[in-house]
Every structure is written in C-alpha cells, then in structure tokens.
Design a protein around this ligand. Structure first.
Ligand SMILES: *Cc1c(COP(=O)(O)O)cnc(C)c1O
Length: 401
C-alpha cells in the first residue's frame, strides 16, 4: 500500500488505526499453497490468535483456509465467520477438560497436548478423533520466548513419553487421527525444521489410523532490512518430497497441515499513529506518538523491530529519532531510528502490524483500543470501530461507597 492511501485512511478514520491489505493476505496464502502443490492433500489452518477480526476470518474462509484455534472463544469466532467445525482445529494449552469437551461437542478437531487430559478425554470419549501435540524438543531460533519445542517448554507431550501415550491409547481404545507439532515462532533454518519433521514421521508410525500430520508453524517473515525469511519455496520442495515418501511408507495419502499466523497476515498490516510531540533532550530526539504498548506490545515484549515510516513526509531528509508512546511506562518502539524528518502532527506507519498487534492490545491507561480497517478491492472498509468511553466502563460495577 502506498503512503498516500495510508494517509487518506488516517484522515478518514482517525489515529491510531490498524490497516490490513487483503491483497497481501491472499498472495501469501497462494504462495504457501503453491509451495506444496506436489502434495495431494494440503490444509492451511490460519492461526486465529495472530489477527482475529471476523472480517479477516471471513477472508480466510473465502480462500479455502481452515482455522487453528487456541480457545473456545476463537472456535466460536470462527464458526460465526462461517467456518464449518470440520475446518477448525482446536489446539489449547493448559485449558480445562470442560472447555475441551465443549469444543468437541461443537464438532471441531481436538488436539491434546498433555497426558492427563489425553487419558481423561480418551476414557470419556473413545470414539472422538483426537490429534496429539508432540514436543520434538527442537530449538527453533535463539529467543526462549518464542521457542516452544525445547526441553523445558510447557507445550506438547514429550517424544520421550511416547510409550505412555501408546499405553493410554491402547487402554482407552481412543481414535488418534492426527499428529501435530508447533516448534516455535521462527523457522530460521529449514534443516532444523526438517529434522523435527523426521521425529514427527517416526512418531506417526506408531498410529495406524492417521488422517493428517500437522507441522504447526513458525514461518519467519522479514521485519527489518537484512532479516532472513523462511524460504517457503525451497522449504515446500524439500518437505513435500519427504512427506510424499512417508505417505508411501505409511501406505496411505495423509493430509499435510500447517497453521501459519504471522506468515499470512504480518506484512499485510500497517499501524498508523500520529506524532503528538517532538521532544529534544540532552541526548536524543523523541517522537512521541498517540499510542503505546497498550496498542502494540511486540517491540517491548519480544524486542521486535517494526520498520517505521513517516508517511506525511516520505521524501524529507532523514534524521535520527527515538519513537516512544504516550503511556506512563517506558514504551520505546524504536531507538536511534533513521526516519524522514518528523513534524508534530505527522502520521507514522509501523510495518508488519498484521500479526500479534491488535490481538494483543489492551486498555492500559484507560485508553481506547484502535479502529481496524481492511483495504479490499481498492476500498477502505472499517472492520472494527475505535472504542469509546462506554467500552471502558462496560463491565465495571459501581458500588455505593
Ligand atoms: C501461535 C500458533 C501458531 C501460529 O504461529 P505463527 O508464528 O504466527 O505462524 C500456530 N500453531 C499454534 C499451536 C500456535 O499456538
């Protein structure tokens, strides 16, 4: 999307505002399915938690995507957006048996990630097909915040516990129809991923009634210049070949499933904010925007570096800025960043604002969550209104004091 279009959206819808370009979502979806076109049955289940606006989910549905959900509320959002339950996989972590039963009663694919629930669920509902989330203990990336496959991770059932899984399955006669892993949020190295896949194939051989193998996600997208991104085309070629070989060995065409979040929506998103104050200090120039980690927490939570452009002055000379927010907390979005000269009132656009941005927003400092706009077919569609004071008060109960 160009600066002029984005600027017009900020004028029409105010700031701060999230904007998503549907064209980019569609092209990423196609890139992924094309990369695996040598596999007979491929299923993309979009990870709802990345960006859960119902209109975005409807777009995913129109593409033929399924959904990966982590809460009963995400399941309900998906069904509201028109997904049939068979196209939804439910992959919770540490939720109650009651919630899992609720999801199962709606007819979605259940994915279980601990032995306790596996035994309880299998005993109660031996006929309901269940997928098992395995932890292959493979480190993906170096940041422990986003590596969920390593030995101390809370996610998945350890591959060292396969004998215990098998004992539960045998005792309950439950129906295991899928094997799943989700190693972490960044695949930096294809070989590491392929190595984890081999572990999954080995595990799969223990189950005779599988319908699918779910490789989770972790596709890396570039955030700043020089970032490496997962080479989807090369990855698709290599994994497809191995997957097809495995299906032959297994004696059945299984479905290859993925559940990307970031890959599909990250680059489609822009977060537009207005500069309230340009503040010179003895050591730097701060550009203070009408936002904070209440709207975009990834830079503070994960150290993510979102590229920031001054769309009000895209040709201005470049200067160094520290971009910070307006909440009473250290909320630094960028340090010593080279940005086209900023004047108070300018609109700054954060790139890669599609995934884990709005969905992690809060009302901290009693601020409103921003509006969301979908740029679709050459038009800006408001898909979520900016909150109002009523939203802040909505569930508060005033007592007589
Ligand atoms: C969050 C999550 C995903 C999506 O991860 P991305 O890095 O956004 O692609 C996929 N599967 C599961 C189980 C998840 O929790």
């Amino acid at each position: 999307m160009n600066s002029r279009t984005l600027l017009q959206i900020a004028v029409d819808h105010g700031s701060p505002v999230y904007v998503y370009n549907s064209e980019k979502i569609v092209s990423q979806y196609k890139r992924l399915t094309n990369a695996f076109n040598k596999v007979k049955q491929v299923k993309i289940n979009y990870a709802v938690k990345a960006l859960s606006n119902v209109s975005v989910l409807k777009l995913m549905n129109s593409l033929g995507s399924g959904l990966d959900t982590v809460s009963i509320q995400e399941v309900k959002l998906g069904m509201l957006a028109g997904f049939s339950p068979e196209n939804i996989i439910y992959t919770p972590n540490g939720v109650s048996l009651e919630e899992i039963e609720h999801a199962a009663s709606l007819g979605v694919q259940i994915n279980i990630d601990n032995l306790s629930i596996l035994e309880q669920f299998g005993t109660k509902f031996p006929k309901t097909p269940v997928c098992i989330r395995i932890n292959p203990h493979v480190m993906a990336g170096g940041n422990t915040n986003i590596s969920v496959g390593h030995i101390d991770s809370k996610f998945g059932i350890s591959i060292h516990q396969i004998p215990h899984i098998l004992r539960i399955v045998e005792n309950t006669k439950m129906n295991i129809n899928g094997i799943h892993m989700h190693t972490g949020s960044d695949i930096l190295d294809i070989d590491v991923f392929l190595y984890a896949s081999e572990i999954l194939f080995e595990t799969a051989k223990n189950f005779s009634d599988l319908e699918f193998i779910d490789f989770g996600s972790g596709f890396k997208v570039p955030y700043k210049e020089g970032d490496i991104e997962t080479n989807i085309e090369e990855f698709g070629k290599k994994l497809s070949k191995r997957f097809n070989e495995f299906c032959k060995e297994y004696g059945k065409d299984l479905t290859l499933a993925f559940e990307p979040g970031k890959f599909l929506v990250s680059e489609a998103g822009y977060f537009l904010t207005k500069v309230n104050v340009v503040k010179q200090t003895t050591s730097t120039v701060f550009a203070q925007i009408d936002s904070g980690f209440n709207h975009l927490i990834r830079p503070m939570l994960y150290g993510s570096q979102h590229e920031i452009i001054n769309i009000s002055n895209p040709k201005g000379r470049e200067r160094f800025y520290s971009v910070v927010g307006y909440i009473c907390e250290t909320d630094t979005f960028a340090n010593n960043r080279r940005i086209n000269e900023i004047t108070e009132g300018d609109i700054l656009a954060f790139k890669n604002a599609g995934a884990y941005c709005y969905s992690m927003a809060s009302n901290y400092n009693s601020r409103y969550r921003p509006a969301e706009v979908l740029w679709h077919d050459g038009k800006a569609h408001l898909i979520r209104k900016r909150e109002t004071f009523d939203d802040i008060l909505k569930n508060q109960v005033e007592i007589a004091l």
